[in-house]
Structures are given as C-alpha cells and as structure tokens.
Design a protein around this ligand. Structure first.
Ligand code: MV4
Length: 515
C-alpha cells in the first residue's frame, strides 16, 4: 500500500479521504489555498502545502502547483476527490508523467465519458439502451429540425461537452427550435469552450437513478446497486437515497448489468457511477452519462452495502484485486442523504457565507455526518457552498425518514443560513414520504408551500412585533413552552416540526409561520 498520498481537494471530501488513509496507515498531504490555511482538512493532514491564492484556477485547479506540492513532499499517489481536477484527463496524464499514481480511471476512459456523444456511442456499442437521439453533434439547424421531426417533440438539446444541465433546452415545437438551438450552442460555448450540441427525445417525468460500479486492474467489474437522485434543484442534487424508493431488485439487476457492461467497454478502473434516466410510468431505463470519480453521494451506498469505497479505491490503485465479488454485495436497510448548503432557502437559495458561530451536530443511532467545517470555520464565497452531508440509515425507508427528521431537528448551525430548514419541511412532505420522486419534485414541493402560505391570514407589521416578542419569550423559556406545545397535539410529525421551530436558531419566524 502507498506510504503517502496527496489529496487534491478541500472540505468534507478531503476529510472523508483522510479518514480512510488513517485506517490504512497512509500518510496524508493536504493542499490548500491561502484562505483555507486554517481549515479542517489542513489540520487533519500530516503535511499541508499551500498551492495558491483563493481563485480555484490558481490553486485547486492549478496542475503545476499541485504536482510541485507532491514532489516537495515525496508523495506516491494523488486522490482527486470530486469536482476540481477529478475528471480532467490532462491532470491524469500529468500525474502519470510526474511518476505518480492517479487514484481513478485512465485518461482514455475519462475522455470517452467526458463527451456525452462519445459516451452515448460507447453505450450503444456495449448494448446498453440510450435515450433515443443523436450520437454525434448536430452540424446545422436544418439537421437539427430534421432530427427533431424524426424523434418527435418534445426534444432536449444538450451540450456534448456538458453535464449538470448547462446548455440544456427542452423544446416543444418548431417555433421554439431555432432560438433554443442558438441559445444552447452559445451557453455550451461559454460554459465548456465547445459549442457542440446534440439532441435527445425528452423523457417525461424521468427519475434520475445511478449505479455505483467498481473495477480493478484485473478486469473484475461489480456494481453496488443504485442511488436515487431525482430530488435536484437547478441540476444540483439535494437529497439522495439507496435503495431507490421504487425498490425493485429486478430493475437493480438489469441496470447493474448495464452499468457493468459500460464500464467494461471502456476498460474502466476504480470507482465510477453510471447515470440513467428511468421513465416513471414504464420503468424503462436509458443511459445518461458516466461520472468517472467518487461521488458526493457515495455515503448512502456505503451505509447500505457496508463497503468503504475509498478503501477499495486505494486498493485497486495499488494494483490489488477487488476485495469482493458481485455475489458478496448485499444491500441492507435504507439510507438517505441531505446536502447541507450555506444558502438561504427562504431567499431563492442565495449563498450565505460567513463564520460558523454555533454548531451542534446530530448523532446517535444510524447517523453519519461528513462535514467540512467546525465551530469558527469561515464559509467563503470562493468555493462550493456545501458545508456538510447528513446521511441516515434505517432498517426501512420509514425508519430512515423518522431518523432523518430527528437528526435534522437536532442539527443546529449558527452564524450562517443553511438549507436545514428546507430539509425539515421536505421530510414532512407527503409526496416525499410516499417516495414519489421524479425530477419535478422540487417545483411541485415549492408550489405546495406557496399554496400553504397563501392560505395563511395576512400578518400586519404590528402583529409581527407581537410575534417577535412572543418568540423571544419562547426562546427564553424554551423547555416549558415546547413541552406545553407538544402535549397539545397528537400528530408526531407536526410535533417534532414545532419543536424544531422552537429550538432552532435559524429562520425561526418563517418556520413559525409554516407550522
Ligand atoms: C433529460 C430529461 C428528460 N429527457 N433528458 C440531464 C442532466 C440532469 N441534470 C438533467 N437532465 C435531464 N435530462 C431527456 N432526454 C430530464 C432531465 C432533468 C432532470 C434529470 C434528473 C434530475 C432532475 C432533472 C430536472 C430537470 C430535467
């Protein structure tokens, strides 16, 4: 096994990787940007090297600087985490050229999956269904129109170099096609430096379900089942689960086999994720793209399969065989993860940077927190605003949701605004509880909340002052009042919601308003 590894990342994922390094006896080199000098991942590492100023392209994306840090510290291997350089084939080559081992797949596999059109061709060659559409970029508007007619409206235009919904346009008719084509091209050019777009037939009410795969250098490829990631906001995942609430072992087997075929087709090595769209009505699944990295949401798979995916990554990169076969993979219980962001859910998820002045994390049965921050941490505007992931495990989905509700109510973050109050409302939403999770969930949820707000009587400014005074009183006498409040209701979800509102330091007035 490696003696020393450099982690080319920051925040919670750097810490997640450090933890497994400790268990494997690997010494850790952290890298950091100037404003991150005091951050948790730096404190937890054995050595740390500053790789540049705040902007990512001068620090965490600075290949020369990171390789210099590796050389300076005599590192043997580099773990890229997710984001930053994790899917950059140039980085993979540069790491190899520097005589280091990259913890991840080859630059070739990364390149194939980096372009959605070449990824689609790979899927076709592997015999895996793709969403009907083109496998080459569109070369003219005339061709676009012809193709739209061939597959039939509604269609999706997507950036070939893309991902994350950038450069994506849903088009319903000929009238909208030209402007959508031009806008998609312009957006793709500015986001990815490549204006190529291709076309897919739009899948109605799709679910986003992805399969975790693992491959070693001996050609063994296994899958670790699915994660349901249909709850997204602006193409950012918000809540992830394993298993999918559809929970269909046959579908898992079929999608798992499809994902393994795709991995084999590109000689994949390491941890990877194959994304599918699943039509809600028919449960037909279509290959969407492959992510050639460890993903943010890997903890839900770890909780249900009991594998340490980072440990397997190190072993595979070290040239060892996978420590398990497909038959060894068992799924037990249900896990759900919430991504906690430093954003204001009551102000259109506006970023909320600042200093964390209070932090109380939940714990107890079935709770896992992957946090990148601690008390007095500074959440800066320079990087992704995700500060932590709260994942829970339960024997059933119901138990997992009960636990998640309890954990969210325990979780207190002061000094910055977080998305915790939003999650407290989602876990009390009937549609979420029933597992109706297609990609329209968030907009339907928002509409339901708006309708609820509209039903409330208008509150005058004067009344607000009274409410504020009452809230102040409640906070001073938290214990006795919350006991009074809970004894007066029989609905335990409402009860815990009220307790959360009473105890919460965040957005108390709006919570009060909603409960
Ligand atoms: C689609 C689709 C419907 N039909 N493709 C792909 C990237 C992802 N962030 C959004 N994507 C979609 N691709 C076809 N052919 C619908 C979506 C989509 C979506 C997918 C998963 C989760 C949330 C979503 C929200 C809007 C649209």
């Amino acid at each position: 096994m490696f003696r020393k590894v450099l982690i080319a990342n920051r925040g919670e994922i750097a810490i997640r990787i450090i933890r497994t390094c400790r268990e494997l006896g690997i010494s850790v080199v952290a890298v950091y940007s100037e404003p991150d000098a005091e951050s948790l991942h730096v404190r937890m590492a054995d050595e740390a090297v500053c790789v540049g100023p705040a902007p990512s392209n001068q620090s965490y994306l600075n290949i020369a600087s990171i390789l210099a840090a590796a050389k300076l510290t005599n590192t043997e291997a580099v773990h890229p985490g997710y984001g930053f350089l994790s899917e950059n084939a140039d980085f993979v080559r540069a790491v190899a050229d520097a005589g280091l081992i990259f913890i991840g797949p080859s630059a070739e596999a990364m390149n194939v999956m980096g372009s959605k059109t070449s990824a689609r061709r790979a899927a076709v060659e592997a015999g895996v269904p793709i969403v009907p559409g083109t496998v080459e970029p569109l070369t003219s508007f005339a061709e676009t129109k012809e193709t739209a007619h061939k597959f039939g409206y509604p269609v999706m235009l997507k950036a070939a170099a893309g991902g994350g919904g950038k450069g994506m346009r849903l088009v319903h008719s000929d009238e909208d096609l030209l402007s959508a084509f031009e806008n998609a091209q312009a957006e793709a050019a500015s986001a990815f430096g490549d204006s190529s777009v291709y076309l897919e037939k739009a899948v109605e009410k799709p679910r986003h379900i992805e399969i975790q795969i693992f491959a070693d250098t001996f050609g063994n490829v296994v899958h670790l089942g699915e994660r349901e990631c249909s709850i997204q906001r602006r193409h950012q995942k918000v809540i992830e689960e394993c298993p999918s609430p559809i929970n269909d072992p046959e579908l898992r087997r079929q999608m798992g086999n499809a994902a393994v075929k795709i991995a084999k087709a590109v000689n994949y090595v390491g941890a990877g994720t194959v994304e599918f769209l699943v039509a809600d009505a028919t449960r037909e699944f279509y290959f969407l793209e492959m992510n050639t990295r460890l993903q943010v949401e890997h903890p839900v798979t770890e909780l249900v399969t009991n594998f340490d995916l980072v440990r397997e990554q190190f072993q595979v990169a070290d040239g060892q065989r996978l420590s398990f076969t497909q038959e060894d993979v068992e799924w037990l219980g249900h896990a759900i993860e919430c991504r906690v962001y430093a954003e204001d859910p009551d102000n259109n998820f506006f970023p909320s940077p600042g200093t964390i002045t209070h932090l109380q994390e939940p714990s107890g049965p079935g709770i896992r927190i992957d946090s990148g921050v601690r008390l007095n941490s500074e959440v800066s505007i320079h990087y992704d605003p995700m500060i932590a992931k709260l994942a829970v495990w339960g024997r059933t989905r119901v138990e997992a949701i009960d636990r998640l509700r309890r954990a969210l109510d325990e979780y207190k973050v002061g000094g910055i605004t977080t998305t915790l109050p939003f999650f407290r409302r989602v876990v009390r939403d009937d549609e979420f509880i029933d597992g109706h999770l297609d990609t329209g969930f968030i907009s339907r949820f928002n509409a339901r909340e708006k309708a609820m707000d509209a039903q409330l009587p208008d509150v005058q400014i004067n009344d607000m002052a009274i409410v504020a005074a009452a809230l102040h009183h409640v906070r001073q006498h938290k214990k006795s009042v919350s006991r009074l409040a809970t004894s007066s209701t029989t609905n335990r979800w409402k009860m815990s919601g009220r307790n959360a509102a009473l105890a919460s330091r965040e957005a108390v007035p709006s919570q009060w308003r909603k409960r």
